[in-house]
Design a protein around this ligand. Sequence first.
Ligand code: 13P
Length: 305
Amino acid sequence: MTDKKIIIAANFKMNKTHIEVRAYLNSFFKKLKELNININDKTDEKCIETDAEIIFAPPFTALNEAYNIIEENIEFGHLVKLASQNIYFESAGAYTGEISIEMIKAFDCSYAIIGHSERRCILNESDDLIAKKIFAVFNYNSKKIDLNFCEKHNGKLIPILCVGENLDIRKSGKAFDFVAGQLDKALNYSKNNLNSNMQNINDKLKDKSIIEIDELIVAYEPVWAIGAGSSIEPEDGEKMHKFIYKHLNNNYSSIKNFSVIYGGSVTEKNINILMEKEHIDGVLVGGASLDPQSFFNIYKFAVSK
Ligand code: 13P
């Protein structure tokens, strides 16, 4: 077991019906049981001891099914979590085709992917929109604290904020500035607006110690490596992850817990060399997550070093 909290996430993108997701997850859980993860018997030396989290982000239409199967395998409930691939920042209303935080929380989603490059590039999502979505998540969490909301996973939703440069930017040597800019554009709005909101909540609760809403996963996904068949060189990935760590520590001290995971052509072949890097906390896998055996191998290799 390593010191870092490992996160192995599957982004199915626009793939799989709810029936296919059921078959996939049944197969995945079967493999997980066979892996002999140490859940109950801490004395069994053959067991793998891990708290590495597995996150599934199926399409919205399969969230219900995925939720049911996770419930059926509740002994792994502390390891296997659900994410939505997107959210809208309003909580309800005339927003045809959009999905609210409340709707995905009804399926016990612990995470929401926000600002994926495919949404930025294909659906024209702007930095402003992404900033509002991030704020909506933090604000949702703070309101739930306000209402003394309590359920599984603390009822919190944790954003998985995707950032990453395209090939032109990488070639021009401006990838670090670009990623810092994406982080700032996504997070500054929350930084500026949550403070006053939190002050109100603090005043009401009179217990400042329980306010800890700023949990975040950053997924560094260089656009040129997504679906490309070859990932970033691990050394280059480490440099960017270390930079993101430093940037968040220097500029967003209120974020108490964050992880930085890598996405872009991750497979069972390159997972080990990526995970060896100190600042690569995990991976967000697209193509190679679609087959349960291949995603299972990625998880297994990541936890059994
Ligand atoms: P691939 O693993 O297919 O490159 O996709 C990465 C990704 O976009 C995950 O969100």
